[in-house]
Design a protein around this ligand. Sequence first.
Ligand code: NI
Length: 226
Amino acid sequence: MLIHIPNVLDAAQVAQCRAALDSAEWVDGRNTAGYLSQRVKDNAQVPDVHPVARQLGDMILGILEKHATFTSAALPLKVVPPLFNRYAGNQTYGRHVDGAIRPVTGTPHRVRTDLSATLFLSAPEEYDGGELVVEDTFGPRSIKLPAGDLVLYPGTSVHRVEPVTRGARLASFFWIQSMVREDSQRTMLFELDNSIQHLGRDVPQHPAVVQLAGLYHNLLRRWADA
Ligand code: NI
């Protein structure tokens, strides 16, 4: 399942990120790529231990913790602290898969990358190219979102970032270990939750709302690791 979550950051929060990232030191993104991905990766990143990355990452995770759609879609158990990247001057990230397990720098913790997230920090009109292309079972999906919007996609997907031929594309990216490992099960829970919310709004007194909520939680109990 690929989900677009609009307006995770408002315009002021995007501006705050952009100003902080302007003052950060950027390094070659190949530093954090595996040996296969290094051959196709060409971008710049803020080092994960950089105070700007930590400060902005905490802000983003604080917002997502309270975000109903993100929580329902991802059912997050653990999240890798957000990283920040920039593509300009024909930089690109060719077809690759993300590693299944991500260490968290400076800690003994590891995160299984069930879901990948990209939070766009540049407006689409600021750059040409730079689409995130995710190879779905329905074919390739090309994603270029307004600044402040987030896309969640399965960590299992082959994906790439098209060359940025004008301007610069800034984004935050991170991985989520979900309480529900299987994408198909997570998708069903998300659809069921959305249906219950919809029914609860339209027919709040209907007894099926409580029954369906019970069904949701019984499935979650069966499938989730907490
Ligand atoms: Ni990737």
